[in-house]
Design a protein around this ligand. Structure first.
Ligand code: ATP
Length: 369
């Protein structure tokens, strides 16, 4: 029998596709795609194989790599003329710290924190959120950085104000497909500065639960910098799924990043890994790379705390300029190498969240409004 007629039997075709998928290796896969039951649908029609994968975490970039690496083998093994690939996401809701109840509409909360200010936590949060969306997820961002709410500026929404359709809840501001809320939409900088710890954490908890989030796979929480009382209260009380710690390679930032990891460990929030920002200065004139804050620190830190280095972002003027004009690089330069790094980071964060978590099988999300 020719490969073509063999493959036309649904069982044989499924076996060939499943076998090929099982061989695909990728850093986001702890178990292979067949073990993950990712093969949702396979059919043969007019010499074209239709393959649909369904993934429990955001996986678009890896899917493109799969198509590149598996298509030739599948065509050869089946004799088909073409493959029609499709990826859908059914993103899993994962167990939250201390089995806390979730926030209406929100499947998973990812806290982005830093041990000290100015290391690029907000830049990372906003580009990570947009990269998760580019990877196929429904995403929101809550700017909890009470002393320097910069997300509205970074999203170009600083002049917008949330409305309240029912007089109690707030409708988030949507920019680039991202649902956002920020203390910056509600108060002027001067007012926020005088908030004491308990008042600040109470306001943030309220913003989290009283925003009318649309159905979200991931809500990125841009935490206030540092490891003080507000941060600890938030880490304890927000139903977080996992945390990402942002640092620069500088010793002083690394010492503070350690404190961040220890803080999350203390309250049982899983640390998904470390992001090293401003890893390397890239000159916009000549492209020369210079490690002005040192090298290798975040990698060592990750190894020391048995966590992973999720990504390394260069220090580049373009990244800052894009944020300053309210058009983050991930959306304004989708084909740039910076966007590629952020998307790789998003893929790793989503995968790490899934593999180290426990799936909540059938949580019904409801909105009590
Ligand atoms: N990789 C980078 N390349 C160039 N500029 C960057 C980079 N990361 C951050 N920046 C710039 O550095 C400044 C500080 O970044 P950001 O506001 O993200 O830090 P932060 O850690 O959130 O600070 P804080 O917590 O104190 O508000 C911003 O102007 C931002 O655009």
């Amino acid at each position: 029998m020719s490969p073509q007629s063999q493959a036309k039997s649904p069982e044989a075709l499924r076996a060939i596709v499943a076998g090929t998928l099982a061989n695909f290796q990728h850093p986001t896969l702890k178990h292979n795609l067949t073990a993950l039951k990712a093969l949702h649908h396979v059919a043969w029609m007019d010499d074209v194989i239709h393959i649909e994968l369904q993934m429990p975490f955001a996986w678009q970039s890896a899917f493109e790599e799969l198509k590149e690496s598996a298509s030739a083998d599948l065509l050869r093994l089946t004799g088909a003329k073409a493959i029609d690939w499709k990826l859908t996401h059914q993103i899993a809701t994962l167990k939250r710290v201390k089995n806390q109840a979730g926030i209406n509409g929100v499947k998973n909360i990812i806290a982005v924190s830093s041990g000290k200010g100015g290391v690029g936590k907000s830049s990372t949060s906003v580009n990570l959120a947009l990269a998760l969306a580019a990877e196929g997820a429904k995403v929101g961002i809550l700017d909890a950085d009470i002393y320097g709410p910069s997300i509205p500026t970074m999203l170009g929404t600083e002049h917008e104000r949330p409305t309240s359709p029912d007089g109690t809840h707030m409708a988030p501001i949507v920019a680039y497909g991202l649902a956002s809320n920020s203390i910056g939409y509600l108060v002027t900088d001067d007012n926020a500065m005088v908030w004491r710890g308990p008042m600040a954490s109470k306001a943030l908890m309220q913003m989290l639960s009283e925003t009318l989030w649309p159905e979200l796979d991931y809500l990125v929480l841009d935490m206030p910098p540092g490891t003080g009382d507000i941060q600890l209260t938030l880490a304890q009380n927000v139903p977080v799924t996992g945390a990402v710690v942002v640092t620069t390679p500088q010793d002083i930032a690394l010492i503070d990043a350690k404190k961040g990891i220890v803080m999350f460990e203390k309250v049982d929030v899983p640390v998904l890994g470390i992001v090293e920002n401003m890893s390397m200065h890239v000159c916009s004139q000549c492209g020369h790379h210079e490690p002005i804050f040192g090298t290798g620190g975040a990698e060592k830190l990750a190894a020391q705390y048995n966590t992973s280095l999720l990504g390394q972002l260069p220090l580049h003027i373009t990244l800052r300029e894009d944020l300053d004009r309210g058009q983050p690089t991930v959306v304004s330069r989708p084909d740039s190498e910076f966007t590629q790094i952020y998307r790789q980071l998003a893929g790793r964060v989503a995968a790490q969240l899934y593999w180290q978590g426990e799936v909540i099988p059938s949580e019904i999300s409801f909105r009590a409004v």
